[in-house]
Ligand binder design. Sequence first.
Ligand code: NAP
Length: 274
Amino acid sequence: MRTIVIQGGTDGMGRALALDYLRRGEQVVIVGRNAEKGQALLETARETGAGDRAAFLRADLSLVAENERILGEIKDRFPVVDALVLCARHYSSIRRETSEGFERTFALFYLSRFLLSHGLVGELEKAEHPVIVNVAGPGTPMGRVHWDDFNLARDYDPLEALNQGGKTNDLLGVSFAERHAAGRIRYVLINPGSVSTSFSGDYDPATAAQIEMMKKFGKPVEQGIVPIAALVDSPPAESLTAFMEAEPLSLRHRSFDRDDAARLHAATEKMLAR
Ligand SMILES: NC(=O)c1ccc[n+]([C@@H]2O[C@H](COP(=O)([O-])OP(=O)(O)OC[C@H]3O[C@@H](n4cnc5c(N)ncnc54)[C@H](OP(=O)(O)O)[C@@H]3O)[C@@H](O)[C@H]2O)c1
């Protein structure tokens, strides 16, 4: 039995993956902020006879302290982690800062993934075929890293905040693979394409209307998770790979620049040390 940790597992693709792995007999650790949805998932697991293989850890992952607390809990309870699937994301039409002073999209979409990826290396290395699958936005031409203003304090745009998240996660993959090159963990970045999910977010009316259209025309979530589950089940041989749905992406793109990745890693360590 494998242990699959799913960040943002209370809705959308994370939830669908959680249910899929429970059905398939694996142990699933769902990390999310919504206690009601988490309890409902546990209830479904119990009803289907998978109650003893499901755990829900409640945390607001936009807070560094909460990521650190949850890391401690995972380490205490699950000494071996086979897969970490990163799915948490929240759109905010208005710029919001966490109580720790980070812009919320940057904190949730990037810092949480940085902390969980590096924080679970010890537990992942004990697994047979360990893999981290970071579900984000590799391969999109949009967005850039705002080196002098990660928190978009000067000029917040909600789409740019998400797009920067895609770019910072690409660089997280590159620096993770370089730092753990001697290890066995495979780092996979995947863009699932357009999938009809909950699209967690606080939307202004115009954006809310667009989201309704995306829910209408996106693929069903069960279809959206197919390439993600395939990568969890059979991790690629290379230490870092990127996919657009099931199609491999070239890592020669400047999104995966090694110098930028090292620069971002150093900047992230510095901001987390504050
Ligand atoms: N859907 C698409 O078309 C699409 C396209 C490209 C890329 N992606 C990427 O795929 C990944 C999964 O997307 P999705 O559409 O399946 O997501 P989703 O339905 O919007 O679900 C996001 C999950 O993140 C959780 N979350 C939000 N804020 C959180 C917080 N502060 N702490 C902990 N958990 C939090 C949500 O919890 P709640 O249950 O409490 O809301 C939910 O479980 C995302 O990284 C996204 O960028 C999606």
